[in-house]
Design a protein around this ligand. Structure first.
Ligand SMILES: [Zn+2]
Length: 337
């Protein structure tokens, strides 16, 4: 069977590997669809290796069909269609440094437990929709950590798959004022389709001025103007994003950080102090998977359509990876036959 593995910086290969042997507590899943994640691109760029220098199997946003289940596995039988929880257990990390990755024809899930490692799909749910559960859960966790209320004026920095997911959830929460910020016009168009009430491209428009117009100008702090944004969500991770947020944030503004910063950044803590800014971080999805699965099963195709912009067969994996790097793409989906 084929498996995608990282062998070094920018050295991602589709390798041949023997089909895994299924132990009494294990399950073998035939992968149906798997999305390309921003973290996959980061792992590939830096050439992440497993302990001992072994290649790093890639892929964690996957859905599939059970083809084999060990005789000690409870509640999971061949034919079950499911989405994987790639962080399902400490010894069962998929595509994030574990021994298995989901960009593969088959995925071995060790010590597989129903609702822990595999969440069954509701009747009729497509493989693609199911493969969106993981990234949409990351986005929802960010929104949950932001304690958002409908009257909050929100800015989402970054309109990649996570930022777009946040826009989707904010709209579903009934938030009335959602501004999406990105340098890509194509991504901003997707954000508008998913529910952003306004978009700003800082390469074309002065962001501070735009936010002043969209969220109002609020009382100056230390003589400096501030804007009426209640919640800033940093889902972009640009080197100056946090700095610019702190500069224009009003008294008691909140920041949620989900972006991965590869290097430390300096923060103006004095200004944060005087504005009593609260900042929190959000990573992964400790509780969100079941809710996201239920919601994505219910919504109409129209609600989520703009989110997936490109689809590739597994044979075209290199193109899928390349496309996900382009700032014009939303979610890039890989299909297996
Ligand atoms: Zn992901």
């Amino acid at each position: 069977m084929r498996v995608v593995q990282i062998h070094g910086p920018n050295d991602v290969r589709v390798d041949e590997a023997p089909k895994p042997v299924v132990g009494p507590y294990d399950v073998l899943l035939k992968i149906d669809a798997c999305g390309v994640c921003g973290s996959d691109l980061t792992f590939a760029k830096y050439g992440f290796q497993r302990e001992g220098g072994e290649p790093w199997p890639l892929g964690h946003e996957a859905s599939g069909t059970v083809v084999e289940a060990g005789n000690k596995v409870e509640g999971i039988a061949p034919g079950l269609r499911a989405v994987i929880n790639p962080t399902g257990a400490y010894d069962n990390i998929i595509g994030n440094g574990g021994s298995e990755g989901a960009f593969a024809d088959y995925l071995l899930i060790r010590n597989a437990k129903l609702d822990v490692h595999l969440l069954p799909l509701p009747e009729g749910m497509s493989a693609e929709r199911a493969a969106l559960v993981e990234p949409m859960a990351v986005a929802l966790h960010g929104v949950n950590r932001g304690n958002v209320s409908v009257d909050d004026k929100v800015v989402v920095f970054g309109a990649g798959p996570i930022g777009l997911g946040a826009v989707f959830w904010l709209k579903r929460r009934g938030v009335k004022n959602i501004v999406s910020v990105d340098l890509s016009e194509a991504r901003l168009a997707i954000a508008r389709d998913l529910g952003a009430t306004a978009t700003v491209n800082p390469s074309k428009t002065d962001l501070n001025e735009a936010l002043g117009e969209l969220h109002g100008i609020t009382a100056p702090v230390m003589g400096k103007p501030t804007v009426g944004t209640d919640l800033f969500m940093d889902m972009a991770g640009g080197p100056t994003v946090l700095e610019s947020i702190i500069k224009i944030a009003q008294f008691h503004a909140r920041i949620v950080l989900t972006a991965v910063y590869a290097a430390p950044v300096s923060l103006d803590l004095q200004t944060m102090l005087l504005k009593e800014i609260s900042m929190t971080t959000a990573v992964s999805y400790p509780d969100e998977l079941p809710d996201v699965l239920a919601t994505l099963a219910q919504i109409s195709e129209q609600d989520i359509k703009p989110y997936v912009t490109h689809r590739f067969a597994f044979e075209e994996f290199a193109s899928a990876l390349q496309t996900a790097k382009e700032p014009t793409s939303g979610k890039v989906m890989v299909y297996f036959d």
